[in-house]
Design a protein around this ligand. Structure first.
Ligand SMILES: [Ca+2]
Ligand SMILES: [Ca+2]
Length: 176
């Protein structure tokens, strides 16, 4: 009796696991970053949080890291989702994804300056930058060159007052 119960439990766990794996798939995302060095430099390697949204569904946040070319892996269950991407010191971007995508999925430019990671660039971020100016603090090293200085202030200043997540299609329009 106990043996049959154990076998049944193993089969059940396998089916649940197989169903979970089969219902989701991996995608390749791509972002642009405000860095002093061009794409391909190690300063582009950045930790990201990816979340999926749709009416009635739970948020699915997960952490990933982009490579020096701004590419990263993320996963989604099948179906239509709005997907946001954010780093710890940038505003997030968001875009719709319908079904499985072939090739890279672009998420646009992540605007730097969100030192306290609340998806708004304002006085609170400026206060943090002031506190850690001329240090190597990652909090306000927005261009990830190893030092908090005028280049980081310039990024915060140019993005001041903006809020995330920013729709990727809007970013594509204003960049033309
Ligand atoms: Ca902020
Ligand atoms: Ca810097």
């Amino acid at each position: 009796m106990m043996k049959k119960l154990r076998i049944g439990l193993v089969v059940l766990l396998f089916l649940v696991f197989a169903g979970k794996i089969g219902a989701q798939h991996y995608e390749v995302g791509r972002i642009d970053l405000q860095r002093a060095a061009p794409r391909g430099d190690d300063s582009w390697i950045t930790d990201l949080e990816v979340s999926g949204f749709r009416p009635g569904a739970s948020v699915l946040p997960h952490n990933t890291t982009c490579d020096q070319y701004g590419r990263f892996l993320f996963w989604l269950p099948s179906g239509e989702w709005k997907v946001s991407v954010k780093s710890q010191h940038s505003l997030g971007t968001i875009r719709p994804i319908q079904g499985r995508v072939s090739g890279d999925t672009g998420f646009g430019l992540l605007l730097e300056g969100d030192a306290n990671n609340d998806n708004v660039i304002d006085d609170l971020d400026f206060a943090i930058l002031t506190d850690v100016y001329w240090t190597d603090s990652p909090l306000a090293d927005f261009n990830q060159d190893g030092q908090v200085n005028a280049l980081d202030f310039s990024l915060l200043n140019s993005n001041y007052g903006r809020k995330g997540p920013i729709c990727y299609t809007y970013l594509a329009q204003v960049s033309k």
